[in-house]
Design a protein around this ligand. Structure first.
Ligand SMILES: [Cu+2]
Length: 122
């Protein structure tokens, strides 16, 4: 019985450990304590890049951001004491783009320039 309990606790610990790993997956930290997030967006062109990077510049706690148009990955360096990955993902959706698993804000998406819409063929 005791063995079973130990096995159970080990299994739960493993499961929790696995989950924690997933959450921190896209975050790394610099030596000076800044966090670096990589967010997968639905950006398609250089105009998206400008829109997203400008929006991030206005976000509290963001030091810098860079969108790779080819991979659609937005890399954001931010102060983890002032903002969080989740807040930044929401900020991206409010700009009109998908952010990892989150869908773009409908109104913001509708206001995007036609060439920036993910559903339009390029
Ligand atoms: Cu665009």
């Amino acid at each position: 019985m005791k063995k079973l309990m130990i096995a159970l606790v080990a299994m739960v610990a493993l499961t929790l450990g696995g989950k924690a790993q997933q959450v921190t997956d896209s975050l790394t930290y610099t030596k000076d304590g800044m966090a670096v997030a990589k967010i997968k967006t639905s950006a398609v062109c250089d105009m998206c890049k400008e829109t997203l990077e400008k929006a991030m510049a206005y976000e509290k706690g963001v030091k810098k951001s860079d969108l790779n148009v080819d991979t659609k990955i937005l890399t954001i360096t931010f102060d983890p004491k002032k903002t969080s990955l989740e807040t930044l993902r929401i900020a991206v959706t409010k700009t009109g783009y998908d952010a990892d698993g989150l869908a773009a804000d409908k109104n913001a998406y509708d206001n995007l320039n036609a060439c920036c819409k993910k559903d339009v063929l390029h």
